[in-house]
Design a protein around this ligand. Sequence first.
Ligand SMILES: [Ca+2]
Ligand SMILES: [Ca+2]
Length: 85
Amino acid sequence: MVRRMVRSLALPAILAALGELTLASAASAQDCDPNYSGKCVPIASDVDCAGGNGNGPAYVGGPVYVVGSDIYELDRDGDGVACDR
Ligand SMILES: [Ca+2]
Ligand SMILES: [Ca+2]
């Protein structure tokens, strides 16, 4: 009985913690460029693909999907998938 009560108290606490994590990531998602999906492409003066020859100042690891305008020219071959090579 006691053990069941502890479990029933702990689960909402865990769910609440998860909810806060989800809210936190949703809030930081506002800092992601809406032209891309799949990964959070930061909003910066320029973004380059991680591991590439780009000079930054921001980087993102692919693959990233272009859903708007490829403003950072991450999808050089224009197939809609950025940082795919
Ligand atoms: Ca650059
Ligand atoms: Ca591509």
